[in-house]
Design a protein around this ligand. Structure first.
Ligand code: PLP
Length: 217
């Protein structure tokens, strides 16, 4: 399945984040041994435990809701945090990044789905956040794009519209706040069930778990 997904991504500019949450190290190593180097987890302690025993050339992405009291476990090594949905979280990430002498790359998460259980900012909230002096003073976090999760539904038109919304938000931010920032370029969207729709709408990072780790037959 990994090869099929990689060939689907080949003609696009999207990278694959293999979502390995809940999967044991041996299973993740099978995917690693096929060449995959970017993995995504959504629990800080689980991520830390896997980081410690797995090869150090893995880029670990944190893709879930991050509690501020758990940042310390991942701050020394995390490559990208996908789901920043409030200034307080960004400030805390900044604090821990600084302690580790690092700059941590982050994405702003936007609420594009129908479900209210899904987290994320509105464009207005993000603009307000980006205008604060507090945000501007943060030196150890680096915003490189946006992230979103579509509604869990079979309605392809709806999912496509939600991905277009995220793409539109990215474009607005890229043309305004981040006009001169070349590394603000990521749109993290698309999972096992909707990654083909996502890459059609300009995704640069798909986060795929079940499809990759699905047991054979
Ligand atoms: C679990 C998860 C994924 C992967 O979902 P699959 O349907 O297993 O591909 C992607 N993004 C986030 C934020 C997740 O929590």
């Amino acid at each position: 399945m990994l090869q099929k997904i990689l060939s689907d991504l080949e003609s696009t500019n999207a990278t694959l984040v293999a979502v390995s949450k809940t999967k044991p190290v041996e299973k993740i190593m099978e995917i690693y041994n096929q060449g995959q180097r970017i993995f995504g987890e959504n629990k800080a302690l689980e991520l830390q435990a896997k980081y410690e025993v797995m090869p150090k050339d893995i880029k670990w992405h944190f893709i879930g809701n991050l509690q501020t009291n758990k940042i310390k476990y991942i701050a020394p090594f995390v490559d990208l945090i996908h789901a920043i949905d409030r200034l307080k979280l960004l400030k805390e990430v900044n604090k821990h990044a600084k302690k580790n002498n690092r700059v941590i790359n982050c994405l702003l998460q936007f609420h594009i789905a129908e479900e209210t259980t899904k987290h994320g900012l509105t464009l207005e909230e993000a603009k307000a956040l980006l205008l604060t002096e507090e945000f501007k003073s943060l030196e150890n976090v680096n915003l490189i794009g946006v992230m979103g999760m579509a509604t869990f539904t079979d309605d392809k038109v709806k999912v496509k519209t939600e991905f277009q919304t995220l793409q539109g938000i990215f474009k607005i931010l890229k043309e305004t706040t981040f006009k001169d920032k070349d590394d603000f370029k990521e749109i993290s969207m698309g999972m096992s069930g909707d990654y083909l729709l996502a890459i059609n709408e300009g995704s640069t990072m798909v986060r795929i778990g079940s499809l990759i780790f699905k047991p054979r037959n």
